[in-house]
Design a protein around this ligand. Structure first.
Ligand SMILES: [Zn+2]
Length: 583
């Protein structure tokens, strides 16, 4: 007896045995029962989902004398004749018969009436492989089919079928088979052939089938030959999956940023002859399992891994930080995509490992932008830069800031810490003699040495005209007031410490008062952009509010933000003849 593959041996004979495609089965059986079958069908869907099986059952069912629930009865003379092979059902594999001759031949033969049943059925598999002229020949037949002809075109790539053909077919889309349906089917097959199995092995094989019944059964077949009982070990060996435990070690080391271990385990796996591509895929699979274990309540059921393997996955998931897992997954997906363009995949893999394990090597874009901008602003504006106090003096309408009398010196040019930052030695004008240090640290020190004169000053201003109502604002805010408010703001911002970037950005701002309004200025549009982000805006408003500043403004240096009402007035002035509609 010739050896039959599991898939062929257990090919479904009736619609009831079909796995998953109920939506297609329902349509076809109802057409058979109503005796209202069409002349051309297009079955589309991934391979191994039952297109050909259903086409064959349908071909026999339309000819059957007494169909049972739309399926062939298997007992009537026609069913028996058809099961022995008949000229009435013709299967054409377009992948090997893409010539126009086969289609012309078909066109001739289709004219002869069926031998045993009512219909002649042509099943054209992989129909997208037909050449243009073959499609044309097929189209001519489809345009005027004899009453006894039915065409079933099956394809995995419907987008390659000409529209002229598509428009003449009833299209039925087949779906990938869910893993639990595959498992159920595999178990029933194994029971029918009397093979013992481990649940884990069935689960692994069903997963490897990836939605295709045919693929799953051919994998199962290889596993069955491998050993007496279908074990998980046998399944892994056949699937060529890496030793799961080695991959676990590698991923665990990588996520805990243990570079030496990650590299040596990687080395070991590759030394056993596993390809970089397969290892990458294994790593990605494991990362996705870790994500599931980390986020889903019923992860164990979803993953359907053997117990001890699930325990390993769960252990990694519990130990790893979610953000690291996500970042690692993104890095490996990118690496996998790039793999076919690189000449040495192994270096790409190792680079990916390194990127995961050394997060500081990937600079935070915002932080980098801030640093670059600070440098650019400093380099570009050094000679021409306008001191904040002078810039204010040049605005005639504004009150001249009074010189501070409280002993605190308003910085004449740029904030002191920047000079310290850019010069090699201790800055000449620096208040504290600190050596070169990061800007933020400088500003912290500067603030710590600062007194809080503005508070006293406001008090005196409020006290001296004793009879005036307390609500009346103090006369004119000085530069010292601005610096005092700024210092209080920075201190408060540092203690909230939610956002290091915001602190760094804010330590670069220039501050002065315009009337009662505290104005923050920057020379960089990028920094302004960062400050105008919603989250940063909110934090700034909160922190300023906590130090008693409610009237403030942030803008680029030299720009005065217009009050929208003023802007509207100006617009009306400029366009007197046009009606301006306010929305
Ligand atoms: Zn029958």
């Amino acid at each position: 007896m010739p050896h039959l593959s599991l898939y062929r041996k257990f090919r479904p004979e009736t619609f009831g045995e079909i796995v998953r495609q109920e939506h297609v089965v329902r349509i076809l059986t109802s057409q058979i029962e109503k005796n209202a079958v069409g002349h051309a069908y297009l079955f589309t869907g991934p391979r191994g989902t039952g297109k050909t099986s259903i086409a064959r059952i349908f071909a026999r069912a339309v000819n059957c004398e007494k169909p049972v629930n739309g399926s062939p009865c298997g007992a009537c003379p026609t069913c028996r004749a058809l099961s022995e092979g008949s000229l009435d059902i013709t299967e054409i594999d377009a992948a090997s018969n893409n010539g126009v001759n086969e289609m012309r031949d078909l066109r001739e033969k289709v004219q002869y009436p069926p031998v045993s049943g009512k219909y002649k059925v042509y099943i054209v598999d992989e129909v997208h492989m037909l050449t243009d002229s073959a499609f044309n020949a097929l189209l001519k037949t489809l345009e005027e089919p004899p009453a006894h002809a039915i065409f079933i075109l099956a394809t995995t790539e419907p987008q390659k079928i000409p529209a002229t053909i598509l428009s003449r077919c009833m299209r039925l889309d087949f779906k990938l088979i869910p893993v639990e349906d595959l498992e159920k089917h595999l178990k029933s097959v194994l029971e029918r052939i009397g093979k013992e199995y481990e649940e884990e092995a069935v689960a692994a094989i069903a997963r490897a089938g990836a939605g295709s019944d045919r693929d799953m059964l051919s994998i199962a077949e290889a596993c069955i030959v491998y050993s007496e009982k279908l074990t998980y070990g046998a399944a892994c060996a056949v699937l060529g999956a890496a030793d799961f435990h080695e991959t676990v070690k590698l991923v665990r080391a990588m996520l805990s940023l243990d570079m030496p271990t990650a590299f040596s385990v990687c080395e070991g796996i590759l030394a056993e002859g596993k390809s970089v591509g397969v290892l990458l895929k294994d790593i990605l699979d494991l990362l996705s399992q870790v994500t599931v274990a980390k986020t889903c309540k019923n992860a164990e059921k979803l993953l359907s891994l053997p117990k001890e393997l699930y325990a390993s996955v769960k252990e990694i998931a519990d130990g790893a930080d979610g953000r690291t897992v996500l970042r690692a997954t993104e890095i490996f997906i990118k690496t996998e995509n790039e793999l076919r363009f690189v000449s040495s995949p192994r270096i790409s893999l190792e680079a990916a490992l390194m990127r995961v394990a050394y997060p500081e090597a990937d600079a935070d874009v915002e932080a980098l932008l801030v640093r670059v901008n600070a440098l650019e602003a400093k380099l570009g504006s050094l000679p021409q830069s306008l001191p904040a106090s002078r810039a204010q003096a040049e605005r005639p309408a504004e009150p001249q800031p009074a010189p501070s009398d409280d002993g605190y010196e308003f910085p004449t040019e740029e904030p002191v810490f920047e000079e310290a930052y850019f010069s090699d030695g201790p800055a000449a004008g620096a208040k504290n003699e600190a050596p070169k240090q990061p800007a933020a640290e400088e500003v912290r020190q500067k603030m710590d040495t600062m007194s809080e004169p503005p508070v006293q000053k406001t008090q005196t201003a409020a006290q001296s005209p004793a009879d005036e109502p307390a609500t009346k604002p103090a006369q004119t805010k000085s530069a010292g007031d601005a610096e005092g408010a700024y210092a209080r703001f920075m201190r408060a911002l540092r203690t909230t410490a939610k956002n290091g970037v915001l602190f760094t950005v804010c330590s670069d701002l220039l501050v002065h008062y315009e009337g009662e309004r505290l104005v923050f200025e920057t020379e960089s549009k990028t920094i302004l952009g960062i400050l105008e982000k919603d989250a940063n805006k909110r934090t700034m408003a909160e922190v300023l509010g906590s130090v008693g500043v409610t009237d403030y403004e942030v803008r680029c240096r030299g720009e005065v933000k217009k009050n929208p009402r003023d802007a509207l007035e100006e617009l009306k002035q400029n366009f007197k003849d046009y009606p301006i509609d306010i929305k």
